[in-house]
Design a binder for this molecule. Structure first.
Ligand code: ADP
Ligand code: GLC
Length: 480
C-alpha cells in the first residue's frame, strides 16, 4: 500500500513528545513490511540539518486564501523518504508550536504541500494517515478540493488522535485561509455560528477512520469526562474509533544496546544498571548510596501529567523515606517552581534538570529504580513502556494507555509489572509510592518485578500489524 503520513513531529528531527517517537517508528515498520510509506514534515528552523542529507527536489507556492507561501521541498532518506517543507515565513519561529495568529496557516500549508508533493511525484496514496489537529482538515480536502484528481480517487484517510485536548480551535474569521469556502456547509454549523472552527472536530467528522493510541483512551474519549467536548461526535462514529497502543522502537530504547548510557545491561545481568545509577547520580551532583532507591521523572511539565499531586506528598515522602528523585522536564512555570523548590529543600536527595535532553532521558530510564507518571489522563504514554524495558518499575495513575500497559504488582502471586493507583489524589499517589518502596526492600520481590517488566513486549512488530489491518479495512470499504 501507498501510505502518506502528515504530522508535525518526527524524531530525531523535531520532537516535543511521544508523537515524534511514533513517527520515527511506524513508517519505518511499514517500509520493512513492504509498503511504500512516506512522511511530510515542516522544516522548522530548529531541525538540525546536519543530522542527514537534505536534497532539494521541488519548489512550489502554496496559496491559503489571500496568503501566498513559497515552499521548497527537501527529501531526506529513502527508506522511508521524509519530505520537509521549507518555508521560513511559517517555520522560522525557534520552536515547533506557537500561539501566533497564523498558527492555523502553518499547518494548513503543510497539508496542502503534502497533496502537492503527491501530485508532483505522481504518488497515489491508498491511505493518508493524518496525525492530530495539524493534519485534520486533510480528510475534508481530499473529499472536496482534489476529489477529481485520479491520484486521490482511491485515497482513504485515517485520523490518529494522540491527544484530544489539543484541538486546533480558531476564530471563524480564518475560514478563507482553508480554501474550503465553496464547501463551508461542511464545517460544523452551530460552532461556526458561535464563531469557531475546530480542526480536530472536522477530522473526526470526515476522516474515513479514526484511531487513538490505546484501547482504554479510545473508550475514555467517548465519555464526557475526557471527551473534551467532542465525545458526542466520537460516540456517533464509535464503530470506526479504534485504540491501537503505541509500540516501542527497541532499536532506540533497549538497555542491551543503548548508546546514550555508559553501561549496557540485560535482564540476565543487571550489574550495568547499578553502575548506571551511580553514574546518573554523580553526574547530577547527588551522592550515591547503595540501597537507596531513586525515583525518575521525564516529562513535559504540563497539567495533563498530574504533577500537582506531588505537592505536598513528595515533600512528606522524601523526608520520611529518604529516597532520591531525579526530574527532567520543562513547561509550566508553576510546575518548574515546585521541582526547583523540592531541589532546594532536599539538596542531597533531589535533582531537577530543567530542559529537554534526550541522552539524559535515556540515562534516567536506565539509572532510576522507579519511574513516576501520575497523569490525569494519558492517551498512551511511552515512558512507562521504556521503563518496563529498562527494569525501572513504573508507578502510574490507572488511566488511558497507562492502564493498558502497567499491571499492578501482587506480592502473593508474583504477578504484575508496576504500581497503579485508581483515584487521582494525594492518597492514591502516596499508597502507590509506599507500596513500591515496600517491594523494593525485599530484593527477591523486586527482582521478580523487574524481570516481569523486562519480559513484556511492546514492539512495533505487533502494533504495526494492527495499523496494517485498519488500513486494509479502510481501503476495501467505501468512503465515509
Ligand atoms: P507526551 O507525548 O504526552 O509528551 P509520551 O510519554 O508519549 O508523552 O512521550 C514523551 C516522549 O518525550 C518520550 O520519548 C520522552 O522521553 C520524551 N521527553 C519528554 N520530556 C523530555 C525532556 N525534557 N527531555 C528529553 N526527552 C523528553
Ligand atoms: C501524545 C500523548 C501521549 C502519547 C503520544 C504519542 O503526546 O500525550 O500519551 O503517547 O501522544 O502517541
Amino acid at each position: 500500500m501507498n501510505v502518506l503520513f502528515v504530522a508535525s513531529e518526527m524524531a530525531p528531527f523535531a520532537k516535543t513528545g511521544g508523537l515524534a517517537d511514533v513517527l520515527a517508528a511506524l513508517p519505518a515498520y511499514l517500509h520493512r513490511a513492504g509498503h511504500d510509506a512516506r512522511v511530510v514534515l515542516p522544516l522548522y528552523d530548529t531541525v538540525d540539518t546536519n543530522k542527514a542529507t537534505f536534497q532539494a527536489i521541488m519548489d512550489f507556492e502554496v496559496a491559503l486564501g489571500a496568503h501566498r507561501y513559497a515552499c521548497k521541498i527537501f527529501r531526506v532518506g529513502a527508506a522511508p523518504p521524509v519530505y520537509f517543507v521549507h518555508c521560513p515565513a511559517l517555520y522560522g519561529r525557534g520552536r515547533l508550536y506557537t500561539s501566533e495568529p497564523d498558527e492555523h496557516r502553518r499547518f494548513l500549508a503543510l497539508s496542502f504541500a503534502a497533496l502537492m508533493i503527491c501530485q508532483r511525484l505522481d504518488f497515489a496514496p491508498d491511505i493518508i494517515h493524518c496525525h492530530d489537529w495539524q493534519a485534520s482538515l486533510l480528510p475534508m480536502i481530499v473529499k472536496t478540493l482534489v476529489a477529481k484528481d485520479p491520484r486521490f480517487a482511491r485515497t482513504r484517510s485515517l485520523l490518529t488522535i494522540h491527544n484530544l485536548m489539543y484541538q486546533g480551535s480558531f476564530p471563524v474569521e480564518i475560514g478563507p485561509d482553508t480554501n474550503l469556502g465553496a464547501v463551508s456547509h461542511l464545517f460544523h454549523q452551530d460552532l461556526m455560528k458561535a464563531g469557531r472552527v475546530n480542526f480536530l472536530l472536522q477530522g473526526i467528522l470526515y476522516a474515513d477512520g479514526v484511531s487513538t493510541v490505546s484501547p482504554t483512551y479510545a473508550r475514555e474519549i467517548q465519555g464526557e469526562k475526557l471527551g473534551g467536548g467532542l465525545d458526542g461526535f466520537l460516540r456517533a462514529r464509535s464503530a470506526t474509533v479504534v485504540g491501537i497502543l503505541n509500540g516501542v522502537d527497541y532499536d532506540e530504547w533497549s538497555p542491551e544496546t543503548d548508546k546514550h548510557i555508559p553501561h549496557t545491561y540485560s535482564a540476565q545481568n543487571l550489574a550495568g544498571k547499578e553502575r548506571d545509577k551511580q553514574h546518573l547520580l554523580t553526574s547530577l551532583g547527588l551522592p550515591y548510596v547503595p540501597g537507596v532507591p531513586v525515583l525518575g521523572i521525564v516529562s513535559r511539565l504540563v497539567s495533563q501529567k498530574g504533577f500537582k499531586l506531588l505537592d505536598p506528598v513528595m515533600f512528606e515522602l522524601l523526608r520520611k523515606h529518604g529516597f532520591q528523585l531525579v526530574v527532567l522536564g520543562s513547561g509550566e512555570p508553576a510546575l518548574e517552581a515546585m521541582f526547583s523548590q523540592l531541589q532546594r529543600q532536599f539538596p542531597r536527595q533531589v535533582c531537577f534538570y530543567e530542559g529537554f535532553k534526550n541522552d539524559l532521558a535515556h540515562m534516567i530510564e536506565a539509572g532510576a529504580d522507579m519511574f513516576v507518571m501520575p497523569s490525569i489522563y494519558e492517551p498512551c504514554g511511552l515512558n512507562q513502556l521504556y521503563s518496563l524495558r529498562y527494569g525501572t518499575v513504573p508507578i502510574v495513575h490507572r488511566t488511558g494507555g497507562l492502564a493498558d500497559t502497567v499491571k499492578q504488582w501482587n506480592p502473593r502471586t508474583g504477578n504484575g509489572t508496576g504500581f497503579a493507583f485508581d483515584h487521582h489524589d494525594g492518597a492514591g499517589l502516596r499508597w502507590a509510592i509506599e507500596a513500591a518502596l515496600t517491594a523494593y526492600r525485599d530484593p527477591k520481590q523486586w527482582n521478580r518485578l523487574i524481570q516481569n517488566g523486562m519480559a513484556e513486549d511492546f514492539s512495533w512488530n505487533a502494533q504495526g500489524k494492527l495499523y496494517e489491518l485498519v488500513y486494509s479495512k479502510l481501503a476495501n470499504a467505501g468512503r465515509h
